[in-house]
Design a protein around this ligand. Structure first.
Ligand code: GLY
Length: 347
């Protein structure tokens, strides 16, 4: 839930817990930038705060063990509560650690990035990276509450905001034309961003995700719509990482959206007017991705190894017939994907 009254939201989320039962997970950035705001409401003793290093490279079993060791050392019990103040890396790992500790203690997500607010912190997917594979170990376990306080996002660099906004674009595409129009109309070039407007769009975007997750918490069908743009997007993200030129998750998703919309147009007649509007929005705000033709097969191979696939060698994605009208479990051929990549990189 979005809140403009952080103090009240924190009080409500922690009301049932004794002060000595509340533990807090931060990273080096959120300790500096966000913890002071939380401490206006809650007095958490220093020994009840665990600070982990920030960044995806720290989303490891070793970090999860650190959390368990910390909870044991500080005498946490089944009645304890873990507050997680951070981005998606921290909420994923902290949620996992809490959900396994003594067979599960409650945790509350307080996302500090737009990306985490709209995606990672909502929907109960928890876990960590293992053997070089993202989120390879994890479980579905719902947070007791998620507190989204937009003021935290106001200090984020524009690239971080746009990274989160790509997931909001995806939510609009899988929900309704009305929502898509609002998302595409937001003015990212304004000298001062309209935070009120952005928060309203964010609030609806979180509602879209929560509605989908409520219908299908463990991703048997409807939740697969949330993977729209991610089959190609994850491949581009991994490819960039392997080349030593990492890109932000949302940027990869924005490029994945363009490629998967192209497939939606060619295979299902997705309307050209929406397609063109989304392509210009992505090009204007996220730029054009670079990948020489000789590397297309590397991208395809990465797509074939996506963990969402059900059979070896098959590419599995969600495509759209129209805005809000999806087609799950599509298996475009190698030629169809090559064509979409050609459009993405050479339009
Ligand atoms: N990030 C997609 C999902 O939560 O299902």
């Amino acid at each position: 839930m979005i809140t403009y009254d952080f103090d009240l939201a924190l009080r409500e989320a922690t009301a049932l817990y004794q002060q000595e039962q509340i533990f807090l997970l931060v990273d080096e950035n959120t300790r500096r930038l966000c913890l002071p705001e939380l401490q206006k409401t809650l007095t958490i003793p220093e020994q009840h705060i665990l600070c982990l290093p920030a960044g995806e490279t720290n989303k490891t079993l070793a970090s999860v063990q650190h959390i368990w060791d910390f909870l044991i050392r500080q005498g946490a019990t089944r009645q304890s509560l873990l507050l997680i103040l951070g981005g998606g890396v921290l909420t994923d790992m902290g949620g996992f650690a809490a959900s396994c500790f003594k067979r599960g203690i409650a945790y509350v997500n307080i996302p500090t990035t737009l990306l985490a607010a709209v995606d990672a912190a909502a929907g109960g997917k928890t876990g960590f990276d293992y053997q070089g594979l993202k989120n390879e170990i994890g479980l579905f376990s719902k947070a007791a509450a998620t507190i989204v306080y937009p003021a935290f996002f106001e200090t984020l660099p524009i690239e971080q905001l746009l990274s989160g906004y790509a997931e909001m674009l995806k939510h609009a595409l899988i929900s309704s034309p009305l929502e898509l129009v609002q998302v595409l109309a937001f003015d990212w070039n304004a000298a001062t961003l309209d935070w009120q407007r952005l928060s309203e769009i964010l609030s609806r975007s979180i509602d879209i995700k929560n509605y989908i997750v409520e219908q299908d918490p463990e991703e048997h069908d409807l939740r697969k719509t949330l993977n729209f743009g991610h089959t190609v997007g994850h491949a581009i993200e991994s490819y960039a990482l392997q080349n030593g030129e990492p890109i932000l998750h949302g940027y990869a998703v924005a490029y994945g959206i363009v490629a998967e919309l192209y497939l939606s147009v060619t295979k299902f007649g997705f309307p050209q007017n929406y397609f063109r509007q989304v392509v210009s929005f992505v090009t204007e705000h996220y730029g054009k991705p670079v990948c020489p033709c000789k590397d297309y097969d590397r991208l395809i191979s990465l797509m074939q190894h996506d963990k969402k696939n059900q059979s070896v060698g098959e590419i599995n994605c969600t495509l759209l017939r129209n805005v809000g009208n999806y087609q799950l479990n599509q298996h475009p051929t190698r030629e169809e994907v090559l064509d979409a990549l050609d459009f993405l990189f050479n339009q």
